[in-house]
Write a protein that binds this ligand. Structure first.
Ligand SMILES: [Zn+2]
Length: 165
């Protein structure tokens, strides 16, 4: 995301000193500092009620399995974004969630925040149009089926290794 121009008014930004922060992009028209922005996204390891299966999905006609993910909207907490994305994409309700770890992903200029999301109503799975197909995998199967060399794999494998499964 370019930070050369003001995101509110489009004026070319200048650099101005901000106490304790150093030189920060500044919009002379708005008379406000414009800290560089990037996207924030949540990416979820969705686990069923009996805590023995992990949900992996396929999207956009691609052959590999990934995790449910989506962007955090302005004003929304990470926790709310997790609940909303799982609800929107799968129709299921998150009963509890836990933060695992985060990683910056350059391709989408996004800070990816990984959560475990437990759902009680896995019988009520109702995928939306964004999901081509899906599967509930045991931990071992999930490890084998997640897209290789992806950020999803990194999050999933880190989580599974932590659980020593
Ligand atoms: Zn401006």
């Amino acid at each position: 995301m370019s930070s050369k121009y003001c995101r509110e008014c489009g004026t070319k930004l200048i650099e101005k000193e901000l106490e304790h922060e150093g030189m920060i992009p500044f919009c002379p028209k708005c008379d406000q500092f414009r800290f560089p922005q990037y996207n924030v996204a949540v990416i979820m390891i969705v686990i069923n009620k009996s805590n023995d299966k992990i949900l992996l999905i396929r999207q956009y006609g691609r052959p590999f399995f990934i995790l449910v993910a989506g962007y955090v909207t302005r004003g929304e907490s990470l926790e709310d974004a997790v609940r909303r994305e799982v609800r929107e994409e799968t129709g299921m309700t998150v009963s509890s969630l836990k933060f695992n770890r985060s990683q910056y992903f350059e391709k989408s200029d996004a800070l990816m925040c990984n959560f475990t999301a437990f759902v009680d109503d896995d019988a009520g799975f109702d995928p939306n149009y964004e999901i081509d197909s899906y599967g509930w995998f045991t931990r071992e199967e999930a490890r084998k089926n997640i897209r290789p060399d992806s950020l999803a794999e990194y999050f999933l494998v880190s989580y599974l290794d932590e659980q020593q499964i």
